[in-house]
Design a protein around this ligand. Structure first.
Ligand SMILES: *Cc1c(COP(=O)(O)O)cnc(C)c1O
Ligand code: SF4
Length: 442
């Protein structure tokens, strides 16, 4: 499963199917497509019914074996499942193409013994959400935003979940008493402008139950925006029904952030789900988690982001894996994320490029991480690097500050210092594709 982490020559997956065809194409690897061929037939025409998908989730090792007759790796799965529950919708399971962790869908949903690894730097609640809960079920970390844990249920339990301590340990939704407490808190804190309904996955709730939460929050006049964090378009797209979006649009402005991690998740069904939300006027963003062996490569991330904007989903965040117990095998070094950002910038539109962030341990919040584009600064000029490696001097508005005198005259070979001193305006690589295009035009 481990790949060479060298950006330039690794993982060029041009031989893989294009994003939207991936799920339909069956096998790509060497093994047979493992999905029991009659899985859809067994649904008896209920495959498109989200409630059928919910009640027929794969919940145990035996069930997994039933779904995938070729599945062998059930040894010791029991102890993992006891600690971190298992649930996979038949739909999401049907996207698996290879029955091992080299498959990006498999890796995200099938438990692995590695989850029981326990390095000292990991904890149950590294973001210290429990410490930032003024009332149970409400995380108030940033001045103007608060996050509501509306349910502990998800249709699929991501093996890399940041809230492993909550998600699926019990499957319960918010009580009306708690909801009232939360509304009282929001009223007492009019600085909270943006409320995020999270969990668990709030779209696993019935439309009526979710509407009770939305309408209660909408009684607070200081709340401008309501956001819903949900993986439903990815793992249970059948849930995004006309009935649901019809309810959501009554509470606008509603924003949705979803959680696609790999281009194999971009199917016809998920495209329809996201399209339905967008058609209802719901802006849809995406929050990916950088996962070792799943999406820790520039080309994979490029395909994911291109596919997302085609579905009218805006890549919003790329999260560094949190220091959560049970996810050690998914962690990558920070440098991997920086490499990926370096790869994406310039290659594709800014609309398709997410912000890479570390959600800081101890509740520090999200910290954006970028490759360095500022190479040097003087009072008169800032030296910037572009994606091609070109260095360019940006003159500050009030250039003649007297600092000018400190700059040596250009005897030495031109370098960063000459740019910072205003003696040169740019330095560029000898053979740039862009410049070659210009020559061809001339
Ligand atoms: C991520 C997060 C938010 C929202 O942050 P944005 O940067 O606005 O998307 C709010 N509250 C908590 C506790 C969060 O973890
Ligand atoms: S959908 Fe979200 S809350 Fe649920 S298991 Fe996945 S990451 Fe965790």
């Amino acid at each position: 499963m481990q790949k060479m982490h060298i950006l330039s020559d690794s993982l060029d997956q041009a031989d893989e199917p294009p994003p939207l065809a991936a799920a339909e194409s069956g096998e790509t690897g060497t093994e047979v497509c493992p999905v029991s061929p009659d899985a859809r037939a067994q649904a008896n025409g209920s495959w498109e019914d989200w409630k059928w998908q919910m009640s027929n989730r794969i919940r145990g090792a035996a069930h997994l074996l039933n779904f995938f007759p070729h599945f062998k790796n059930t040894l010791s799965l029991g102890s993992v499942i006891k600690k971190y529950p298992l649930a996979i919708t038949p739909y999401y399971a049907s996207l698996i193409q290879r029955l091992d962790a080299s498959d990006p869908i498999y890796a995200q949903c099938v438990p692995q013994v590695e989850e029981l690894q326990n390095p000292a730097c990991l904890s149950e609640d590294p973001l210290e959400e429990n410490e930032d809960m003024p009332v149970p079920g409400l995380v108030h970390r940033y001045p103007d935003r608060a996050l509501v844990i509306a349910t502990t249920t998800c249709s699929m339990y991501c093996r890399h979940c940041t809230r492993k301590r909550v998600a699926g340990t019990r499957e319960v939704s918010i009580s009306s008493g708690r909801l009232r407490q939360i509304v009282t808190y929001l009223r007492a804190h009019p600085e909270i402008y943006d409320v995020i309904i999270s969990g668990g996955d709030p779209l696993t709730m019935s439309t009526e139950a979710l509407e009770r939460v939305l309408s209660a929050i909408r009684t607070v006049p200081s709340v401008g925006v309501i956001r819903i964090g949900t993986r439903t378009p990815v793992v249970l797209p059948q849930r995004i029904t006309e009935e649901l979006v019809g309810m959501l649009r009554k509470y606008h402005p509603i924003w949705v952030n979803t959680h696609f991690n790999h281009p194999n998740e971009l199917t016809e069904a998920s495209q329809q789900a996201c399209g339905r939300l967008a058609d209802a006027g719901v802006p849809v963003g995406n929050q990916s988690v950088l996962l070792r062996g799943v999406n820790d490569s520039g080309p994979v991330m490029e395909r994911l982001c291109r596919g997302l904007i085609r579905m009218r989903v805006r890549p919003y965040y790329l999260f560094q894996c949190d220091l959560v117990k049970g996810v050690e095998h998914f962690r990558t070094p920070l440098s991997r994320g920086i490499e990926i950002m370096e790869y994406l910038r310039g290659r594709m539109s800014g609309i398709a490029i997410p912000q890479y962030v570390v959600d800081a341990p101890h509740g520090g919040g999200k910290i954006p991480i970028l490759p360095n584009y500022i190479v040097s600064m003087s009072p008169t000029h800032t030296v910037l690097r572009n994606f091609e490696g070109m260095l360019v001097a940006y003159p500050e508005p009030y250039g003649g500050t007297g600092y000018w005198d400190n700059v040596p005259s250009g005897q030495s070979a031109p370098g960063v210092w000459e740019l910072a001193g205003g003696l040169n305006s740019h330095i560029e690589p000898v053979s740039l594709a862009r410049m070659n295009r210009r020559c061809a035009h001339a």
